[in-house]
Design a protein around this ligand. Structure first.
Ligand code: A3P
Length: 304
């Protein structure tokens, strides 16, 4: 982003539009809804790589890993731009004069790596038609919820999450942006039977980054030396990414992301939900979870 644009946003202290509007029963921002036809008709290409996640599943982390792989461990190349400019966020519409993800994606030369949080049934059909590769990353519900709650507090483009108690209710009912976590992870899990989707888990990435990065290498048909692989593991660790301004979202003005409320790179730890859920909230959540996840082969670890 140019300095001019940043200054504009720093000065523009007007509250951002956080209105929401459903598309096919899924809660979205009003701006996404208003641009939906254009998003739905996006033209994917066979050599596109899409990183798809439910919000807060480790998208940025995966983006950094993928970029490091594509640039064969060249840190300088990976610091050429902010995460959101390197990998357009397909459905995200930023306040002017910032580029929306869709415009960036259309302008970007191939091969492109794109990001989305769309539930599987809302993915523009051209991705299926073009057989583009997709990496889906899933994270356990409780840590996703806690991360989403803190992110909603600091991100001025998202609706105010209220108290954690209120947010837990909204999350369980799928009344949050991008809809139900339960339907999202299950929908993409089923889609991998028919489409080239590498389905990864945040908890596995944390426990054994080498193994999970190797899965990505294989999926992308890439081969890198042990030395570069180790460099990627180091450069994409939580502590290093937290200090990387091109990956930690600190270049956006505080009128958009207020890191003094909660940093984007917050904890990066499976099991942090235990510091937030009360015993009663946990029991209620687990009971509801069992019903919503009945009948799927998909399982999660809530700690490692
Ligand atoms: P927490 O809020 O639990 O810390 P997304 O990129 O999908 O928005 O996900 C953000 C979450 O991923 C945040 O979780 C963030 O700290 C975590 N994260 C980002 N980079 C990470 C890394 N290198 N290792 C582990 N977690 C990371």
């Amino acid at each position: 982003m140019s300095l001019e644009k940043m200054n504009y946003l720093q000065l523009n202290e007007e509250p951002l539009n956080t209105e929401t509007k459903e598309i096919n029963g899924i809660l979205m921002t009003k701006t996404i809804s208003d641009n939906w036809d254009k998003i739905w008709n996006f033209q994917a290409k066979p050599d596109d790589l899409l990183i798809a996640t439910y919000a807060k599943a480790g998208t940025t982390w995966t983006q950094e890993i993928v970029d490091m792989i594509q640039n064969e461990g060249d840190i300088k190349k990976c610091q050429r731009a902010n995460t959101f400019d390197r990998h357009p966020f397909l459905e995200w519409v930023l306040p002017p004069p910032l580029n929306s993800g869709l415009d960036l994606a259309i302008k970007m030369p191939s091969p492109r790596t794109l990001k989305t949080h769309l539930p599987v049934q809302m993915l523009p059909p051209s991705f299926w038609e073009q057989n583009s590769k997709i990496i889906y990353v899933a994270r356990n519900a409780k840590d996703s919820l806690v991360s989403y709650y803190h992110f909603s507090r600091m991100n001025k483009m998202l609706p105010d999450p209220g108290t954690l108690e209120e947010f837990i209710e909204e999350f369980m009912n799928g009344r949050v942006l991008w809809g139900s976590w339960y339907d999202h992870v299950k929908g993409w899990w089923d889609a991998k039977e028919k489409h080239p989707i590498l389905y990864l888990f945040y908890e596995d990435m944390k426990e054994d980054p080498k193994q999970e990065i190797q899965k990505i290498l294989k999926f992308l048909e890439k081969d890198l030396s042990e030395e570069i692989l180790n460099k990627i593991i180091y450069h994409t660790s939580f502590d290093i990414m937290k200090e990387n301004p091109m990956a930690n979202y600190t270049t956006l003005p505080s009128s958009i992301l207020d890191h003094s409320i909660s940093p984007f790179m917050r904890k990066g730890m499976p099991g942090d939900w235990k510091n937030h859920f009360t015993v009663a909230q946990n029991e209620k959540f687990d009971e509801d979870y069992k019903k919503k996840m009945a009948g799927t082969t998909l399982t999660f670890r809530t700690e490692i």
